[in-house]
Design a protein around this ligand. Sequence first.
Ligand code: THU
Length: 142
Amino acid sequence: MSTLLSQETLNALAEAAAEAKRHSYSPYSHFKVGAAVLTDDGKIYTGTNIENASYGLTVCAERNAIFKAVGDGYRKLAALAVCTDPVPGDGLGSPCGACRQVMTEFMEQDAPLLVVSVKADGQRSIYAKQLKDFMPYPFNKL
Ligand code: THU
């Protein structure tokens, strides 16, 4: 699958992830996350983190976005953006290991992976990588 996506498309994906973060259900961690995936035919699906009083049942924003797209029949996702509140340190988030494994199932290693953070005043920071930067030695389909 081609991963030559326009800057406009990637910006739209990052913006969709930032928008999805507004729907976060995170009364326990108070850490809001939004994610957006791009399908191979150019559609965007979003997801947010959904927590539970039984903490271990929480599902991350990335997996919720991926599962929405896959549940609609998509099997190849061209890019993913994740947007978090600022985190201590450099302010940027990073997808958890479980989400990286799920991304590996439906995305090529060279698929763009954008990490965005939004401060309270709306200021955005963004870094663009590829899935392989986060998941260099993937366990793949048998
Ligand atoms: N979270 C995500 O949604 N994505 C990640 O990649 C890391 C963590 C959520 C899960 C939980 O609701 C909150 O962030 C704190 O861990």
